[in-house]
Write a protein that binds this ligand. Structure first.
Ligand code: AHR
Length: 657
């Protein structure tokens, strides 16, 4: 706040600094384009343990004993037990038979350490549940939350007993209250009877999930999404849509229905990078398409599901036999049609009926679908075309998103854009994980885009600092600068989503990321705050903002490292001007608001500043609010705002019209 006041004070010496003033004009006489409500969104992919081990609040790893290399992976077991494969859930057939160990002083037990430990909060309630049966009689299970590293007499934090009283499979549950906070606790289960017990789908959830849902989501992480006010929500990938091979592509039909019977999928990020190898990374599909549509609704974002086009990851498969032949695409196309039916169909339809059964008879009002992720070559358009024809025929109202490949420019990009126009998709997904120099050079990226073709979805982007491929303020400042071209060109850019969204500090494969977390804590990166400032001050209509020569302010030569854009918010009758100064110098600016009646005076409301003296710093788990935007009153009345933008700073000026 001090810095803003100082810079406003400096204006009293306007005469002194006028020589260096950067003049800007905002035309309030007319708006240039409407801004789509979908403009600033989020994209979640289960990379970096974003879903299983992250947003999905399940605390038990390998709860259904389906990890393929070792059915007991994630479990430490003792005594006498056996893995069986004729369980009650046909798509997850394995379960464990716990048996009397043969001596009253021996124990049959199993311990699960969750994902990098089980996070417990003091006084937090945890719902333990298990599907079980006894071959005969009654059996008893001792359930404990423990600290294996404890130096106390007992490792046990809290415990409960479950009596299994039926030969039929039944779900049993008990609520455990943790007396402590421990990010790395474990779950231990003892067989406490002479009779054997069969156990399946062993689950532990905090009771306090996002919106209190069972099979729910971690509250702080979902809250961080809600707080972003996203207009769009893309899911489930990313490369995960494609799979390392077609067998492991994301298959949405496996992600709906009773959670116990959703088959496990290998997570492709398990082995994508040898230098960050996670052999125990699988997708339980517990956070599946139902949970995704529901969360989209709850956070007010339009869902944008992406579906496989029949191409396995093209980075990982060079021969055509890895892919589904064009002639055999029917079941892939049917998957897309059925997904739309699941989201929007009447409850009397097969998939609409399943949605209703799962708890949401009302349609989710799906409006968009993406076909393919980062695809390239002629093999993509030839697969995309039949999808487009089938979707247009069955659901003409759905807008279709195609891909421009994995690069922000180049041969594939140049080949695919015309192809997308020819096929007539509604939006084209562009991806750019690029260094500082690229972001600095792209301030005018969309200024000359074709206004007649498909709209743009900037579907994956982040500034990957050269030699600094991790989160830091400097990178987020360049993202803010780049986003002025998105905002300025809202007639052609309809959606934009930073990527990736989440990362577990002990389980990441890719960085930078928007939100970081451990088992109990999370923090919002500087990039999160940049996204937040854009969505908070999104506005409804673009205003023309130029320099005194009528040029857009895009960080071009002679513009002194300034990027700027401006919007009008019809709901609040406000003007938001965003100015980013990426230079090392303070920049005096003078913004003239034109197109107003003679007596019409504007009034300053607020100046929001985002800055860090240390460009290499970011927020951290220990200091989650180390670098956050600061707001100060904007002392201004009139038609010309004169102020100074500090070096390396993102400013939002809020002005009442
Ligand atoms: O966001 C991480 C990955 O980057 C996505 O899965 C993929 O689409 C891109 O290559």
């Amino acid at each position: 706040m001090k810095r803003i006041l100082l810079s406003l004070l400096a204006l009293s010496a306007a005469g002194v600094i006028s020589a260096q003033v950067n003049e800007m004009k905002v035309d309030l006489g007319r708006t240039v384009a409407g801004i789509q409500p979908t403009m600033y969104g989020i994209f979640i992919e289960d990379i970096n343990f974003a879903a299983d081990g992250g947003l999905y609040a399940e605390l038990v790893k390998n709860r259904s004993f389906e990890f393929p290399n070792n059915r007991l992976q994630g479990w430490n077991v003792g005594g006498r037990l056996e893995v069986m494969d004729d369980g009650p859930f046909d798509r997850n057939p394995h379960y464990v038979r716990l048996m009397y160990p043969g001596h009253p002083h021996k124990h049959t037990a199993m311990v699960n350490d969750g994902f990098f430990g089980i996070g417990l909060k003091k006084d937090g309630q945890y719902r333990f549940s298990v599907w079980a049966r006894v071959p005969e009689g009654n059996a008893s299970l001792g359930v404990e939350l423990i600290n294996k590293a404890s130096m106390a007499e007992s490792q046990v934090y809290t415990s409960a007993r479950i009596t299994v009283d039926s030969g039929e499979w039944k779900q049993y549950e008990v609520i455990l209250t943790s007396p402590v906070t421990d990010p790395k606790a474990s779950l231990r289960i003892f067989l406490d009877s002479a009779s054997a017990v069969d156990v399946e789908h062993i689950s532990l959830f905090p009771v306090d999930t996002w919106m209190g849902h069972r099979n729910g989501l971690r509250k702080d992480l979902a809250q961080a999404l809600y707080d972003l006010q996203p207009g769009l929500f893309r899911f489930p990938g990313g490369c995960i849509v494609e799979g390392t091979d077609l067998q492991t592509r994301y298959s949405w039909k496996n992600s709906v229905g009773p959670v116990e019977n959703r088959p496990l999928n290998e997570n492709r990020w398990q082995h994508t990078f040898r230098h960050r190898y996670y052999p125990d990374y699988f997708q339980s599909y517990g956070l599946g398409f139902y949970e995704y549509f529901l969360l989209s609704e709850e956070i007010g974002a339009e869902p944008l599901p992406v579906i496989s086009c029949g191409l396995a990851c093209q980075f990982q498969n060079e021969t055509m036999d890895a892919h589904q032949p064009v002639a055999d695409l029917d079941c892939y196309i049917q998957d897309a049609l059925d997904l739309i039916e699941f989201a929007n169909g009447d409850v009397s339809t097969r998939w609409g009926g399943l949605r209703a059964e799962m708890g949401h008879p009302a349609p989710f009002n799906l409006k968009y679908i993406g076909i393919g992720n980062e695809q390239w070559g002629p093999e993509y358009p030839e697969r995309l075309e039949p999808f487009v024809s089938a979707i247009r025929k069955a659901y003409p109202e759905i807008l279709i998103v195609g891909s421009s490949g994995p690069c922000s420019e180049g041969d594939q990009f140049d080949f695919l854009w015309p192809e997308m126009k020819r096929i007539g998709v509604d939006l084209v997904d562009e991806h750019f994980y690029r260094p500082e120099s690229w972001f600095l050079s792209q301030g005018a990226r969309y200024d000359n885009y074709d206004r007649k073709g498909p709209k743009v979805f900037a579907g994956e982007y982040a500034c990957h600092g050269e030699g600094k491929k991790w989160n830091h303020f400097g990178a987020s400042l360049l993202e803010a600068a780049f986003m002025t071209t998105i905002e300025r060109n809202a007639d052609v850019v309809w959606m934009a989503t930073y990527a990736p969204l989440f990362a577990h500090i002990e389980g990441w494969q890719w960085r930078p990321d928007l939100i970081w977390f451990d088992n109990l804590r999370s923090f919002r990166s500087c990039s999160w705050y940049v996204q937040k400032l854009y969505s908070r001050y999104k506005g409804t209509d673009v205003l023309k903002l130029t320099d005194k020569e009528g040029k857009n302010i895009t960080g071009a030569e002679g513009q002194n490292g300034l990027f700027a854009s401006s919007v009008y918010d019809s709901a609040n009758d406000c003007i938001y001007v965003k100015v980013i100064n990426v230079s090392d110098e303070a920049r005096p600016i003078k913004i003239s608001f034109e197109g107003l009646g003679r007596r019409h005076l504007l009034k300053g409301v607020e100046a929001v500043s985002y800055h860090s003296d240390d460009l290499d710093a970011d927020n951290t788990l220990d200091q989650p609010e180390r670098i956050v935007p600061e707001s100060a009153p904007l002392d201004f009345e009139g038609k010309v705002l004169e102020t100074t933008v500090a070096p390396k700073t993102f400013m939002v000026y809020v002005i009442q019209k």
